[in-house]
Design a protein. Structure first.
Length: 179
């Protein structure tokens, strides 16, 4: 057997040498651990959040309140993942609750980390548990390069609940059910 030191190291899907704190629009997908359907359910093509899903939705909105350089565009919570567009802005028009004027912008990865931390803490408080992981370790991101891509991503997000029966994140499809 050959020794492979990087065998268990995750390969980064981020662009090498790209500054993820620079102004721009970023499409992200964040999945629950093991893609468990913990956020609600799709009923007649519409997402119905449960209590945990509402906590996650509130934590997502918290990002724009907490960080003055963040604006949130369209987003959707699905039973086991979130799709959202985060805008990192150059012009800081409002003060975040903990933002000092000299603070540099948090890069995308740290923003996602803050969201995961806040939402997981609130979910663990709800369930009276401590330290339990809720989210998958990584997340998917795509840098939105122009208005046409932005329109396409918005359309994808808008139609996501209707397409749940075709979604690769739907665990019923992975078991061969289409019901």
């Amino acid at each position: 057997m050959r020794f492979e030191p990087d065998k268990h190291r995750r390969r980064s899907i981020r662009l090498e040498n790209y500054d993820y704190s620079q102004a721009g629009a970023y499409f992200v997908t964040i999945c629950t651990r093991d893609r468990a359907c913990l956020l609600g359910e799709i009923v007649n093509g519409e997402m119905r959040l449960n209590e945990v899903g509402q906590i996650v939705a509130d934590a997502w909105k918290w990002l724009a309140v907490q960080y003055a350089h963040v604006e949130l565009d369209m987003s959707i919570l699905m039973p086991n993942h979130l799709h959202g567009i985060i805008m990192i802005c150059d012009d800081i028009r409002r003060g975040g609750s903990r933002t000092a004027p000299t603070e540099t912008r948090k890069p995308l990865g740290r923003l996602i980390g803050a969201f995961k931390t806040v939402s997981t803490k609130r979910i663990n408080e709800l369930h009276l548990t401590s330290g339990g992981p809720f989210w998958q370790r990584n997340y998917y991101e795509h840098i939105i390069r122009n208005e046409e891509e932005l329109a396409e991503v918005r359309e994808y997000i808008l139609n996501n609940p209707v397409r749940w029966n075709e979604d690769e994140n739907n665990p019923d499809l992975q078991r061969g059910w289409t019901g």
